[in-house]
Write a protein of this length. Structure first.
Ligand SMILES: C[S@@+](CC[C@H](N)C(=O)[O-])C[C@H]1O[C@@H](n2cnc3c(N)ncnc32)[C@H](O)[C@@H]1O
Length: 229
Protein backbone atom coordinates (compact mmCIF):
# COMPACT_ATOMS: atom_id res chain seq x y z
CA UNK A 1 0.00 0.00 0.00
CA UNK A 2 3.06 2.25 0.09
CA UNK A 3 2.18 4.71 -2.67
CA UNK A 4 -1.57 4.25 -2.26
CA UNK A 5 -1.88 7.77 -0.92
CA UNK A 6 -0.23 9.40 -3.94
CA UNK A 7 -3.58 9.76 -5.65
CA UNK A 8 -5.08 11.47 -2.59
CA UNK A 9 -2.38 14.07 -1.93
CA UNK A 10 -4.22 17.07 -3.31
CA UNK A 11 -7.70 15.97 -2.15
CA UNK A 12 -6.78 14.44 1.19
CA UNK A 13 -8.45 17.08 3.38
CA UNK A 14 -11.56 17.22 1.20
CA UNK A 15 -11.96 13.43 1.31
CA UNK A 16 -11.68 13.33 5.08
CA UNK A 17 -14.14 16.20 5.38
CA UNK A 18 -16.60 14.33 3.16
CA UNK A 19 -16.30 11.15 5.26
CA UNK A 20 -17.09 13.05 8.49
CA UNK A 21 -19.69 15.43 7.04
CA UNK A 22 -22.45 13.69 9.05
CA UNK A 23 -20.75 14.95 12.24
CA UNK A 24 -20.84 18.62 11.21
CA UNK A 25 -17.11 18.82 11.92
CA UNK A 26 -14.08 19.45 9.73
CA UNK A 27 -10.81 17.53 9.82
CA UNK A 28 -9.05 20.55 11.34
CA UNK A 29 -11.10 20.16 14.51
CA UNK A 30 -9.54 16.73 15.07
CA UNK A 31 -6.08 17.87 13.98
CA UNK A 32 -6.05 20.77 16.44
CA UNK A 33 -7.06 18.46 19.29
CA UNK A 34 -4.30 15.98 18.47
CA UNK A 35 -1.74 18.79 18.27
CA UNK A 36 -2.82 19.97 21.71
CA UNK A 37 -2.55 16.47 23.19
CA UNK A 38 0.81 15.84 21.57
CA UNK A 39 2.28 19.09 22.89
CA UNK A 40 0.85 18.42 26.35
CA UNK A 41 2.25 14.88 26.46
CA UNK A 42 5.67 16.12 25.34
CA UNK A 43 5.63 18.99 27.83
CA UNK A 44 4.71 16.59 30.64
CA UNK A 45 7.56 14.35 29.55
CA UNK A 46 10.28 16.96 29.02
CA UNK A 47 9.15 20.10 30.82
CA UNK A 48 9.71 22.20 27.72
CA UNK A 49 8.77 20.57 24.42
CA UNK A 50 10.78 23.19 22.51
CA UNK A 51 14.01 21.40 23.32
CA UNK A 52 12.81 18.22 21.61
CA UNK A 53 13.48 17.05 18.07
CA UNK A 54 10.26 15.50 16.80
CA UNK A 55 9.76 12.88 14.10
CA UNK A 56 6.32 12.56 12.48
CA UNK A 57 6.13 9.06 10.95
CA UNK A 58 3.56 8.87 8.15
CA UNK A 59 3.12 12.63 8.26
CA UNK A 60 1.04 12.66 5.08
CA UNK A 61 0.19 16.17 3.89
CA UNK A 62 1.51 17.56 7.19
CA UNK A 63 -1.86 18.90 8.28
CA UNK A 64 -0.79 19.02 11.92
CA UNK A 65 2.46 20.90 11.38
CA UNK A 66 1.02 24.43 11.33
CA UNK A 67 -0.56 23.64 14.72
CA UNK A 68 2.81 22.52 16.10
CA UNK A 69 4.61 25.66 14.96
CA UNK A 70 7.10 26.72 17.64
CA UNK A 71 6.28 23.76 19.89
CA UNK A 72 9.38 21.70 19.05
CA UNK A 73 13.04 22.43 18.41
CA UNK A 74 12.62 20.79 15.02
CA UNK A 75 10.11 18.67 13.16
CA UNK A 76 10.98 16.04 10.59
CA UNK A 77 8.24 14.33 8.61
CA UNK A 78 8.54 11.04 6.76
CA UNK A 79 6.06 9.26 4.55
CA UNK A 80 5.96 6.69 1.78
CA UNK A 81 3.88 8.92 -0.49
CA UNK A 82 5.75 11.49 -2.59
CA UNK A 83 2.51 13.28 -3.43
CA UNK A 84 1.46 13.68 0.21
CA UNK A 85 4.93 15.03 1.00
CA UNK A 86 4.72 17.48 -1.91
CA UNK A 87 1.52 18.90 -0.38
CA UNK A 88 3.17 19.09 3.03
CA UNK A 89 6.19 20.99 1.69
CA UNK A 90 3.93 23.65 0.24
CA UNK A 91 2.23 24.24 3.59
CA UNK A 92 5.19 23.98 5.98
CA UNK A 93 8.49 24.88 4.30
CA UNK A 94 10.24 24.88 7.71
CA UNK A 95 9.65 21.16 8.24
CA UNK A 96 12.23 18.69 6.94
CA UNK A 97 10.29 16.16 4.82
CA UNK A 98 11.70 12.89 3.56
CA UNK A 99 10.27 9.99 1.61
CA UNK A 100 11.15 6.47 2.70
CA UNK A 101 10.29 2.84 2.03
CA UNK A 102 7.82 2.49 4.90
CA UNK A 103 9.99 -0.11 6.64
CA UNK A 104 13.37 1.27 7.69
CA UNK A 105 13.36 4.86 8.90
CA UNK A 106 16.20 6.75 7.16
CA UNK A 107 17.80 7.96 10.40
CA UNK A 108 20.46 6.69 12.79
CA UNK A 109 19.57 5.29 16.21
CA UNK A 110 18.38 7.82 18.81
CA UNK A 111 18.12 10.76 16.39
CA UNK A 112 14.92 12.25 17.91
CA UNK A 113 13.51 12.76 21.40
CA UNK A 114 9.94 12.25 20.18
CA UNK A 115 8.58 9.97 17.48
CA UNK A 116 4.87 9.91 16.79
CA UNK A 117 2.55 8.43 14.19
CA UNK A 118 -0.97 9.73 13.65
CA UNK A 119 -3.53 7.49 11.97
CA UNK A 120 -0.82 5.56 10.13
CA UNK A 121 -0.69 2.17 11.79
CA UNK A 122 -4.17 1.18 10.57
CA UNK A 123 -2.81 1.45 7.02
CA UNK A 124 0.19 -0.74 7.75
CA UNK A 125 -0.35 -4.51 7.33
CA UNK A 126 -1.00 -5.96 10.78
CA UNK A 127 1.92 -8.39 10.64
CA UNK A 128 4.25 -5.38 10.21
CA UNK A 129 3.00 -3.44 13.24
CA UNK A 130 5.71 -4.69 15.65
CA UNK A 131 8.46 -3.81 13.18
CA UNK A 132 6.92 -0.39 12.49
CA UNK A 133 6.82 0.49 16.20
CA UNK A 134 10.28 -0.99 16.79
CA UNK A 135 11.64 1.39 14.13
CA UNK A 136 10.03 4.33 15.92
CA UNK A 137 11.66 3.16 19.14
CA UNK A 138 15.05 2.68 17.48
CA UNK A 139 15.31 6.29 16.26
CA UNK A 140 14.13 7.65 19.63
CA UNK A 141 16.77 8.89 22.07
CA UNK A 142 17.09 7.96 25.74
CA UNK A 143 15.13 9.45 27.35
CA UNK A 144 12.53 9.82 24.64
CA UNK A 145 8.83 9.49 23.96
CA UNK A 146 7.00 7.41 21.36
CA UNK A 147 3.32 8.08 20.69
CA UNK A 148 0.69 6.45 18.51
CA UNK A 149 -2.55 8.28 17.72
CA UNK A 150 -5.29 6.12 16.27
CA UNK A 151 -8.98 5.82 15.54
CA UNK A 152 -10.92 4.22 18.36
CA UNK A 153 -12.62 1.10 16.98
CA UNK A 154 -15.11 1.11 19.88
CA UNK A 155 -16.60 4.44 18.82
CA UNK A 156 -19.47 3.84 16.35
CA UNK A 157 -19.14 7.28 14.74
CA UNK A 158 -15.45 6.69 14.13
CA UNK A 159 -16.26 3.39 12.49
CA UNK A 160 -18.88 5.09 10.36
CA UNK A 161 -16.35 7.72 9.20
CA UNK A 162 -13.78 5.02 8.39
CA UNK A 163 -16.38 3.04 6.43
CA UNK A 164 -17.24 6.14 4.40
CA UNK A 165 -13.65 7.07 3.59
CA UNK A 166 -12.30 5.85 0.27
CA UNK A 167 -8.68 5.62 1.38
CA UNK A 168 -9.60 3.65 4.51
CA UNK A 169 -10.55 0.59 2.43
CA UNK A 170 -7.41 -1.12 3.67
CA UNK A 171 -7.84 -0.03 7.31
CA UNK A 172 -7.34 -2.50 10.15
CA UNK A 173 -8.29 -0.59 13.28
CA UNK A 174 -6.51 -1.37 16.53
CA UNK A 175 -7.63 -0.83 20.10
CA UNK A 176 -5.74 1.34 22.57
CA UNK A 177 -4.78 -1.81 24.45
CA UNK A 178 -3.21 -3.25 21.32
CA UNK A 179 -1.29 -0.02 20.67
CA UNK A 180 -0.03 -0.05 24.25
CA UNK A 181 1.06 -3.65 23.82
CA UNK A 182 3.00 -2.78 20.68
CA UNK A 183 4.86 -0.03 22.53
CA UNK A 184 5.72 -2.40 25.36
CA UNK A 185 6.75 -5.05 22.85
CA UNK A 186 9.23 -2.58 21.34
CA UNK A 187 11.00 -2.39 24.72
CA UNK A 188 9.45 0.93 25.77
CA UNK A 189 8.41 1.64 29.35
CA UNK A 190 5.33 2.97 31.14
CA UNK A 191 3.04 2.54 28.13
CA UNK A 192 -0.33 4.16 28.74
CA UNK A 193 -3.27 5.23 26.64
CA UNK A 194 -5.77 8.08 26.79
CA UNK A 195 -8.96 8.38 24.83
CA UNK A 196 -9.66 11.79 23.36
CA UNK A 197 -12.27 13.73 21.39
CA UNK A 198 -15.39 12.94 23.37
CA UNK A 199 -17.56 15.78 22.13
CA UNK A 200 -17.65 18.26 19.24
CA UNK A 201 -16.47 21.15 21.40
CA UNK A 202 -13.17 22.95 21.59
CA UNK A 203 -11.46 25.21 24.10
CA UNK A 204 -11.74 24.57 27.82
CA UNK A 205 -14.88 22.39 27.67
CA UNK A 206 -13.28 20.03 25.15
CA UNK A 207 -10.02 19.93 27.10
CA UNK A 208 -11.84 19.17 30.36
CA UNK A 209 -13.90 16.38 28.84
CA UNK A 210 -10.75 14.78 27.45
CA UNK A 211 -9.04 15.14 30.81
CA UNK A 212 -11.92 13.66 32.83
CA UNK A 213 -12.82 10.82 30.47
CA UNK A 214 -9.45 9.80 29.05
CA UNK A 215 -9.89 6.42 30.75
CA UNK A 216 -13.17 5.72 28.95
CA UNK A 217 -12.82 3.90 25.61
CA UNK A 218 -15.51 5.94 23.85
CA UNK A 219 -13.61 8.95 22.52
CA UNK A 220 -13.37 9.24 18.75
CA UNK A 221 -9.63 8.64 18.87
CA UNK A 222 -6.90 7.82 21.39
CA UNK A 223 -3.22 8.05 21.85
CA UNK A 224 -0.88 5.55 23.40
CA UNK A 225 2.52 6.75 24.57
CA UNK A 226 5.56 5.19 26.19
CA UNK A 227 9.05 6.28 27.14
CA UNK A 228 12.44 4.99 26.12
CA UNK A 229 14.65 4.95 29.19
C1 LIG B 1 -4.51 8.70 7.02
S1 LIG B 1 -2.99 9.34 6.47
C2 LIG B 1 -2.48 10.23 7.93
C3 LIG B 1 -1.50 11.32 7.61
C4 LIG B 1 -1.11 12.19 8.79
N1 LIG B 1 -0.42 11.43 9.80
C5 LIG B 1 -2.30 12.89 9.36
O1 LIG B 1 -2.70 12.57 10.49
O2 LIG B 1 -2.86 13.77 8.68
C6 LIG B 1 -1.91 7.93 6.52
C7 LIG B 1 -0.53 8.22 6.00
O3 LIG B 1 0.29 7.09 6.30
C8 LIG B 1 1.16 6.90 5.21
N2 LIG B 1 1.70 5.53 5.29
C9 LIG B 1 1.12 4.36 4.94
N3 LIG B 1 1.95 3.33 5.21
C10 LIG B 1 3.07 3.87 5.77
C11 LIG B 1 4.30 3.34 6.27
N4 LIG B 1 4.54 2.03 6.28
N5 LIG B 1 5.22 4.20 6.75
C12 LIG B 1 4.97 5.53 6.76
N6 LIG B 1 3.85 6.10 6.29
C13 LIG B 1 2.91 5.26 5.80
C14 LIG B 1 0.34 7.20 3.99
O4 LIG B 1 1.11 7.49 2.85
C15 LIG B 1 -0.45 8.42 4.49
O5 LIG B 1 0.21 9.63 4.21
Amino acid sequence: MSEAFDKYGRDYGALVNESIRFSGLKVDFFTRAKARHLIQACSRFAGDSRKLRALDVGCGAGGIHPYLSGAFGSITGVDVSAEMLAQARQTSPDVDYRQYDGVTLPFPDEAFEVAYAICVLHHVPEQNWPRFVAEMARVTARPGLVAIFEHNPYNPLTRRAVNRCEFDNDATLLTAGRARGLLGGAGLSSARARHILFAPVEGRPGALLDRWFGWCPLGAQYYAAAVKL
